[in-house]
Design a protein around this ligand. Sequence first.
Ligand code: GAL
Length: 391
Amino acid sequence: MKTIRNLLILTLILSCGSCKNSKFGRGLRGLPENPAADEWYLDAEGFRKTIDGKKTDLYRLSNDAGMEVYVTNFGAVIAAIIVPDKEGIPGDVALGFKEVEGYAAEGDPYFGAVVGRYGNRIDGGRFELDGQVYELPINEAGNDNQLHGGPKGFSEMVWETGELTNNSIELSLVSPDGDMGYPGRLELSVRYTLTQDNALEMVYKAVTDKPTVLNITQHTYFNLKGEGRGNILDHELMLNADHFTPVNQRLIPTGEISPVEGTPLDFTTATKIGKRIDDDYEQLSFGRGYDHNWVINAGDGGLNLAGTVYCEETGRFLEVLTTEPGVQFYCGNFLDGSLTGKSGGSYEHRGGLCLETQHFPDSPNQEGFPSTVLNPGKEYYQKTVFRFSVK
Ligand code: GAL
């Protein structure tokens, strides 16, 4: 009797040990063997903090197909995207940090965040609206621009958590009149929904009480091999865009809308990102690689394909669809190995790529670009979809 009891206790101890391993160490890059099981991949405690007097937390969305998305209300950050590869093995394809502090730290390159009020750059941090000049705090030192909404943009704020279900979450914030230099009290919400067919849908809505400008984008860095697994130069990219908006040395659009044909920016057919990245081409040297806004074909306000990314090694295939007219393809040129990611490894140069669906950079200063003005009585609406499959 005693021997049987001792055996039972031993089995219990051993099985408990392996639970721990599957959560924090072994398994695939620290993933539990079945990420849709009850065990969480990220440790929620590392996200349960108080920032600016507000509580932050971690939320998990899941579907029946084995996909999981982790979201925190700090910066409306997508902290992990776990999706199976061609063998059905799950992996985390989004770069990020293990704890919320990483996202709040100065060196965070907007991993997973919702960026606003103005995604990308505003020339000299200055624009004019209805005859009034607005001066915005500059946070891109060398270039003297405002980048991604300023030093305390939406990616640095604690959002309110609204309705939460197994597969969706709504987050919202109020940005007061004058916030980061922008006019109008803005109410903004984003709803993330994970569908049964492995698509993460994002719907953004906003209203203002004074005319203002608004350009929201999602700044997830993807690596379809898995976060922390080298660079993305072997990923094949297709962009549904015959044109792009060239920039000057300060990464401000010149105002031209130029054809991609005959340039290393032509991704109209799927091409490996690394194939032409070192070509002798002025736009590539200004961007230190790819860091440009492409003009989506038929960007007519409907849900259009912006682009696709394919990773042969894992078979993972990502499609990005959006109602926005542009997409900033940025291939992690500023990553330099100094940031430690979720699984403990460092994020190397070009260790992730962003497809930031958006209006064009610096539109408030560019008459020829689609307008980013939001007036009272009108609702801002954007839908963007990250859809995953395998080939
Ligand atoms: C991108 C931008 C890059 C860089 C990056 C953040 O959206 O295009 O130039 O600023 O964000 O490091």
